[in-house]
Design a protein around this ligand. Structure first.
Ligand code: 6GU
Length: 236
């Protein structure tokens, strides 16, 4: 999978992909992540990537030309219907479709290239959305100053789902949400920490009992904090 991130803050991403699973996936060439400074495609003297909104109002709006030029250079065309196969152009925006595990799974399955456009909170010229963008994604119902943290979240969520990205010791199938439930609680050494003891059942060696306990705890936790997951209701 090849990711291209378009941003006005490339330094934001300096080290964020250099740890853990993503670092390993890069080294194993399971993913390639390229970060591009949008200013490179801002052709005016001051490399301006934003301007005041037509019609008036607060804040600045991202200009469309640098994004069009970037997409043309990266994908060979700014005509969405002519993009290379298995290519997506994702705009990170609070106006997007909420990111869920199933959405990440869809991107991981059968896509080879994802271009991520980091919008700024105040907005991006609508012609980018109309002509270039295949998917608009939000990472939740709260306000971020820009799409950069959301791009990091999306790259992480997709990368861990790619074949061979996780070592054998880990499995994406066992992750929270892949079965629609939150995870059960985990414990490790010591067995007794300041009087707080590890539940007996986990020390019993009885795997049927342990599985049953874990299932119960996962259900209990999900009922407590994320009832919506059990009701199949779409909510954050
Ligand atoms: Cl993708 N962008 C911004 N600016 N805010 C957000 C978001 C994205 N997702 C949730 N809030």
């Amino acid at each position: 999978m090849k990711f291209d991130i378009l941003t006005i803050f490339p330094e934001f991403f300096t080290e964020v992909f250099d740890f853990g699973i993503i670092r390993r996936a890069k080294l194993a060439e399971i993913v390639e992540i390229n970060v591009h400074d949008l200013r490179k495609w801002a052709l005016d003297k001051h490399h301006k990537t934003d301007d005041r909104p037509f019609g008036g109002g607060e804040g600045m709006v991202m200009k469309c030309e640098p994004v069009f030029l970037a997409i043309e250079e990266l994908l060979g065309t700014s005509e969405r219907k002519n993009y290379p196969p298995k290519t997506k152009v994702v705009l990170l925006t609070p106006q997007g479709k909420p990111l869920k595990q199933a959405v990440a799974q869809e991107f991981a399955d059968g896509k080879e290239r994802i271009v991520l456009i980091c919008g700024r909170y105040e907005g991006i010229d609508e012609r980018v959305t109309e002509a270039l963008v295949t998917d608009e994604i939000s990472i939740g119902d709260y306000v971020l100053s820009g799409g950069e943290p959301a791009a990091i979240v999306l790259v992480d969520a997709i990368t861990r789902l790619l074949p061979d990205a996780l070592g054998n010791e880990q499995s994406a199938e066992k992750d929270s949400f892949s079965d629609g439930l939150l995870d059960f609680p985990q414990y490790t050494q010591p067995r007794d920490f300041r009087g707080m003891k590890v539940p007996e059942v986990l020390l019993s060696g009885n795997h049927a009992e342990i599985d049953k306990w874990r299932e119960e705890k996962a259900l209990e936790k999900t009922k407590e904090v994320r009832k919506d997951l059990l009701e199949g209701v779409d909510s954050e």
